[in-house]
Design a protein. Structure first.
Length: 112
């Protein structure tokens, strides 16, 4: 295998790994929403229009497992739970912004 083939294989594996997390519906929107700062589950659910409680819970658990989101419990009273981006999650924000800009230019619906 040539050096170029090895580099392409590593790139393909890295892109596949990135999209295994970011390619799931809602994950990019959750990360982008948390880019505004730490927030509660309810505020996230309101901000990510159309997501169900169970899917949001699952996605937050996946993002936490991937090291992109932290979950903090404040014993209160009352008990509160907040979610925030880790430094790794924060490093995704410029990439998501670039992806959004690209989508506006390249994936916009055609006008009739």
């Amino acid at each position: 295998m040539s050096e170029i083939d090895r580099e392409l294989q590593v790139c393909d594996e890295a892109v596949t790994l990135a999209f295994s997390v970011l390619g799931k519906r809602w994950n990019g929107m959750i990360v982008a929403t948390l880019g505004s700062g730490s927030t509660s589950f309810v505020a996230l659910r309101r901000a990510v229009s159309g997501i169900s409680d169970s899917v949001l819970s699952d996605r937050l658990a996946e993002l936490a497992l991937a090291g992109l989101v932290t979950r903090t419990v404040d014993a209160g009273p009352p008990v509160t739970v907040s979610y925030a981006l880790t430094p790794s999650g924060e490093s995704l924000l410029p990439i998501l912004e670039q992806l959004g800009s690209w989508a506006v230019v390249n994936l916009s619906a055609p006008t009739d």
